[in-house]
Design a protein around this ligand. Structure first.
Ligand code: CAA
Length: 252
């Protein structure tokens, strides 16, 4: 099955992260003009995204803005629309961890995670959804986490934000279902990425032992699911949360 996304324009927040980069590459290979968003205070990550794209022989426009900031996001999206005319696909990949048991968690750690993981989704969707509705076609994919489905020791902030991601998805999916716009969530399990490398080795090894397929996921495993959800072939899937976790968690 060839996924036909020729000529669509996509914005991928967190485009310079491990998963975001692969999403940019996959969408581009499916014919999408991709704008990968990185953060303005991390110019190194923008450069990495540009280099990755160049190495893969593809063209990605990199725009730097703070996805946790409503106005900054709005200004960046206005600039993208001016340049490309519209945004057909929005993939919300921006996400961070600030792990600590609640008894040690600071207000700053809580607010940072809520800002990047949860508020960013509102900030970007609020600025693109109207255009999608006007065009009668759109795809929004939000990245949550298995830890938003089952909770994780040391992640009250992250688990709450990622559970919130899917609540947002289900509500918005209902609001735009009649307008040709689908809204879905992809819930990654433990993916081979810097985020996992930051977990103490002993805990990492024990998590690996609990993954039935016997390996950590690869960023491309997530990118493939997201690309499918963005395709016209997925037009009857909306408000869904697709787990991509190697069997680590099989509940809802
Ligand atoms: N279950 C039950 N008890 C646990 C536990 C667990 N999973 N982990 C630790 N504990 C216990 C410890 O044994 C310790 O007990 P005692 O006080 O009796 O000795 C107590 O809780 C305190 O634990 P720590 O000393 O480890 O506390 P810490 O402050 O040093 O570290 C932590 C806490 C930073 C959260 C650390 O446990 C940790 O990094 N855990 C892993 C968190 C994790 O998996 N994050 C996922 C990141 S990847 C990701 O998020 C991507 C995705 O979407 C999947």
């Amino acid at each position: 099955m060839k996924l036909s996304l020729e000529g669509k324009v996509a914005l991928v927040t967190g485009g310079s992260g491990a998963i975001g980069q692969q999403v940019c590459l996959y969408l581009n290979r499916a014919g999408v003009k991709v704008i990968g968003a990185s953060v303005p205070f991390d110019l190194e990550s923008a450069e990495i995204l540009r280099r990755e794209a160049m190495d893969a022989g593809i063209e990605i426009d990199v725009v730097a803005f703070d996805a946790a900031d409503f106005e900054d996001t709005g200004n960046a999206i206005a600039g993208i629309k001016e340049k490309y005319g519209r945004i057909d696909i929005l993939v919300n990949c921006a996400g961070i961890t600030r792990d600590a048991p609640l008894r040690k968690m600071t207000n700053h750690q809580w607010q940072q995670v809520m800002g990047v993981n949860l508020n960013s989704m509102f900030n970007s969707a609020r600025h693109v959804v109207e255009g999608m509705v006007e065009h009668g076609w759109g795809r929004i994919v939000n990245v949550s986490s298995v830890n938003g489905q089952r909770g994780q020791f040391g992640q009250t902030n992250y688990s709450a934000s990622k559970a919130g991601v899917h609540g947002f998805t289900m509500a918005l999916a209902q609001e735009v279902a009649r307008k040709g716009v689908t809204v879905n969530t992809v819930a990654p399990g433990y993916i081979d990425s810097p985020m996992i490398q930051a977990v103490p080795e002993k805990i990492r090894e024990s998590i690996l032992g609990d993954i039935p397929v016997g390996r950590f996921g690869q960023p491309r495993d997530i990118a493939a699911a997201i690309t499918f959800l963005c395709s016209p072939q997925a037009s009857f899937i909306t408000g869904a949360q697709i787990p991509v976790n190697g069997g680590y968690y099989m509940g809802h």
